[in-house]
Design a binder for this molecule. Sequence first.
Ligand code: NAD
Ligand code: UDP
Length: 318
Amino acid sequence: MKILVTGGAGFLGSNLCSRLLNDGEEVFCLDNLLTGRKENIEDLLKSPLFKFENLDAAEVEKLGDIQFDRVYHLASPASPNRHAPRSYLALPFETMKINSIGTWVLAQFAQTQGAKFLFASTSEIYGDPLKHPQKEEYRGNVSTTGLRSVYDESKRFGETITTAFVRYKDLDGRIVRIFNTYGPRMDRDGRVVIEFVMAALNGDPLPIFGDGKQTRSFCFVDDLIEGIIKAMESENTKGEVFNLGNEEEFTILELAEMVKKVTGSTSEVEIKEALPEDDPIRRKPDISKAKRVLDWEPKVKLEKGLNKLVEYLKSKDS
Ligand code: NAD
Ligand code: UDP
């Protein structure tokens, strides 16, 4: 198959491209390197089955008349850390544009080509959820004007656009709501796992925002990629929405302790500043639908996954 991956030079996108190439597919990566890195796809560029175009994904028509069988739309900044230069808070207009206009253009592109389409949405569409764990039917507790709204609300609109193309234009589209994912090829973009691991490896304090009692559920990237492909390829997923993530919930303090254990670091855990505005207090996916329909569930436990990330970072340095 010929497969288009937008955001293919990013963390998840490059892992997806790599997996698809291993599966023998022809992969076209469309990425403007806004938050991604050429380094992520350096190895992939050696394959004759892989092509890269440095272009805004909303300008997909510039690719000319290549016919694709699948369109995975992952392009979007993804880090909420206000200290990070490439977070979506630092790129508010780019973030809104690619998730709204970009999703519109790509859904239309897939529909006119007769290609299957997948939109990478996020657990952030549930906002600061009042129900735990979050099921797909839950409508969330989201702010249209809060700090995170440029991301949350544009992803919500991206979901609406995808659904409208399915409903009114017969697009073969689906949506995955991705919960916090970590693993090799992560950039140091302010997200908690990579910040803690890098701080621990450098012997710096692990910076906690708030009291550290807020929770997240962390999924290893290989598990997530398997779920994304299953959402695209399984029968009867047209028009469906799937939560993809790991059900094991940890406080941020527990994560910090686990990172210290895995790295063997003696770094302090430091309460750095107040919890940022709009920062969700609890987050945990209900993945019973993905288990039932996709026959998918994550296999890698947090400690093992962190070990793999640390091994990867050390091998890159050596
Ligand atoms: P990332 O920042 O590593 O990758 C995003 C990629 O999109 C980058 O390579 C970037 O350069 C590219 N990009 C951004 N705007 C673009 C545009 N206009 N045109 C072309 N390319 C563009 O982030 P990631 O963690 O790999 O996230 C990938 C997708 O998954 C995003 O849509 C994100 O919202 C979603 N997601 C990720 C997570 C996670 O835990 N990693 C959680 C929820 C949702
Ligand atoms: N966080 C933290 N220290 C950091 C980065 C993040 O304590 O250096 C916290 C952040 O406030 C949030 C959680 O860790 O409560 C997860 O943050 P992340 O940026 O990974 O993504 P989010 O799940 O908030 O989108």
